[in-house]
Design a protein around this ligand. Structure first.
Ligand code: PMV
Length: 349
């Protein structure tokens, strides 16, 4: 152990991402039942600082997890379990006391799924530390590929946050290099889809009643599961083509149908449940009306929660933001204006 490694700090910022074709249903080891395609965000991110401190015992993992300055025991237990599973690959994890300090750029009660950005930043800081113990240097491309795979084990969708722009995760016959272990970046997209805006309408800030892990597990005996997995793979393939060709109308159709299909899966599972709120439906109706009346190509998507993501091209930013700020304030609590992002950053502050 070198002096410089004990007390070393590794800081990473990792953005969240919004899935356009949704991952819903998984196998062992966070292997997805279908391929998914997402857009990386810019302003919605988590920053994590990992500090390694020398300790005397090295049999068990010791960690403290602070979120916005306060110890968060609940998340600490989740991270503890996650790291326990990684010790064979990263033996330093039980040779040091690990302290994580994390913050989110978005209000923590905003109901935005933060596990993708949090596990993304945790995976990056672990891998960064691991580089200090390793004699081999690896390429930047390989680093992010490994980070994607490691993040996936904490939260499936986190593996897509490692890349700029659009990312695909899950084996898809039509997309070269796509696989179940880590996500890949889609390097060439049509200018129509570059600099896409995402206004996140916060309909409710409460934590959701049913977690994503329960939702994924309900896909195991779901009557529509097999058809859904085929449909998602077909849509990932089609969306990939659309992102290359620039067809915004088809983009809207797939994006909105995916959001509704995700919630339809929840509504039709054996233990059915409902995450949309009246504000969600009101916002969706207003977005569709606005599109019809103005011809401006905007569309909505949903996460596994009541909040609505509004996607639109930068060219329409002024009109759309005016519409959102004037017409939607009565059904939403807050609007977070975000846009397509460039992926994670190592912080040097
Ligand atoms: O990564 P998880 O296990 O939180 O699942 C995320 C699932 C959705 O956000 C609903 C869809 C997706 O592909 O991100």
């Amino acid at each position: 152990m070198t002096e410089s490694i004990s007390n070393a700090k590794y800081r990473w910022r990792c953005p969240s991402n919004i899935a356009i074709v949704k991952y819903w249903g998984k196998k062992e080891n966070q292997i997805p039942c279908n391929s998914s395609l997402s857009m990386t965000l810019s302003n919605s991110f988590t920053e994590v600082e990992l500090e390694l401190k020398e300790k005397t015992t090295s049999q068990v993992i010791e960690l403290s997890y602070f979120f916005e300055g306060k110890r968060n025991i609940h998340f600490e237990q989740r991270v503890h379990q996650y790291l326990k599973d990684q010790v064979l690959d990263f033996p330093f994890l039980n040779q040091f006391h690990l302290t994580f300090h994390s913050t989110n750029s978005f209000p923590h009660s905003a109901g935005i799924a933060s596990s993708a950005s949090a596990f993304g930043a945790i995976a990056l800081s672990i891998l960064d530390a691991a580089q200090d113990f390793s004699k081999e240097s690896i390429s930047q491309e390989y680093f992010f590929k490994k980070a994607s795979s490691l993040a996936r084990l904490g939260s499936g969708s986190a593996c897509r946050s490692m890349f700029s722009g659009y990312a695909v995760w899950g084996k898809n016959e039509a997309i070269l290099g796509s696989n179940d272990e880590f996500a890949i970046e889609l390097p060439k997209v049509h200018p129509n889809f570059q600099n896409m805006q995402d206004a996140i309408l916060i309909v409710e800030k409460e934590p959701k009643k049913v977690s994503s892990s329960v939702g994924h597990s309900l896909m195991r005996n779901h009557p529509y599961a097999q058809v859904r997995f085929l449909q998602a793979n077909e849509r990932t393939k089609r969306l990939h083509e659309i992102l290359l060709s620039g067809d915004f109308e088809d983009f809207i159709q797939i994006t909105e149908s995916e959001a509704l299909t995700l919630h339809a899966m929840m509504l039709t599972s054996k233990d059915y449940y409902l995450l949309m709120k009246s504000g969600t439906l009101l916002a969706i109706e207003k977005i569709m009306e606005f599109r019809k009346e103005t011809g401006i190509p905007i569309c909505f998507t949903l996460d596994a929660g009541p909040n609505v993501h509004v996607l639109y091209a930068q060219d329409y930013k002024e009109e759309v933001n005016r519409f959102l700020n004037s017409q939607l304030t009565n059904c939403v609590q807050e609007i977070i204006f975000d846009n397509m992002g460039a992926g994670p950053n190592k912080m040097t502050r």
